[in-house]
Design a protein around this ligand. Structure first.
Ligand SMILES: [Fe+2]
Length: 227
């Protein structure tokens, strides 16, 4: 399958002043588009041509893995940002309190992990198969879906994500990440995931135009095919 560029779910200038239009033009229009285009070139006439992005990530190495994982990670990251303020759902908030003590303690621990990630990479809030929340970091293109974790929230800590707006001050970028963090997106995945686990026979999603449904359908397919 030919992988397509995910359009931003907001205007290029909608996240300013926290993430500028210039940053998004480079980040989405050059870096992210570059991963998608390179991936499509690399998979031509290979077994990967028929695979979903998630399947490609699970089954590839080298340049195909790097570009596929970066395509997924960025598509996920765009949806983790919101120009309007959002809050975690009651269910997610309770789980965050159980795992980290409070929402503020979670944010502090996540920021610390993101700031401490050496070099290029990502900081994630993920949920495991026992529905326990974790903070993870990954280097370069690596992604929690390689290891059966379901991501809920991510912050891109490659320099291209923040250098135009913050230069080398990753901590300031993290401070403002919390203004933009899309808790509605994270909560929807968390709650849909719980629903899938409690009633595996019900249809996973019914809206093909909803990117959350597309993501969860992909994950459910992977879980089914790996059991
Ligand atoms: Fe990036």
């Amino acid at each position: 399958m030919k992988h397509t560029l995910m359009e931003l779910p907001y205007a290029m200038d909608a996240l300013a002043p926290y993430i500028s239009e210039e940053t998004l033009q480079y980040h989405h229009g050059k870096h992210y588009a570059g991963y998608i285009n390179k991936l499509n070139d690399l998979i031509k006439n290979t077994e990967y041509e028929e695979m979903s992005l998630e399947q490609t990530i699970r089954q590839s190495i080298g340049a195909i893995f790097n570009n596929a994982a970066q395509a997924f990670n960025h598509g996920f990251y765009w949806q983790c940002l919101s120009p309007t303020k959002t809050e975690p759902s009651a269910l997610l908030l309770n789980s965050l309190k159980e795992a980290f003590g409070s929402l503020e303690a979670f944010k502090e621990a996540f920021s610390k992990a993101a700031i401490g990630q050496f070099g290029s990479g990502w900081a994630w809030l993920v949920v495991d198969e026992q529905e326990k929340l974790h903070i993870q970091t990954s280097s370069n293109a690596h992604t929690p879906i390689e290891h059966n974790f379901t991501p809920l929230l991510v912050c891109d800590v490659w320099e291209h994500a923040y250098y135009i707006d913050y230069r080398n001050e990753r901590a300031k970028y993290l401070d403002n990440f919390w203004v933009l963090a899309n808790w509605k997106f994270a909560s929807n995945i968390f709650e849909d995931k719980k629903l899938i686990r409690s009633s595996p026979s019900i249809p996973v999603c019914n809206d093909p135009d909803d990117p959350i449904c597309e993501y969860l359908d992909g994950m459910a397919h992977l879980e089914t095919s790996s059991t």
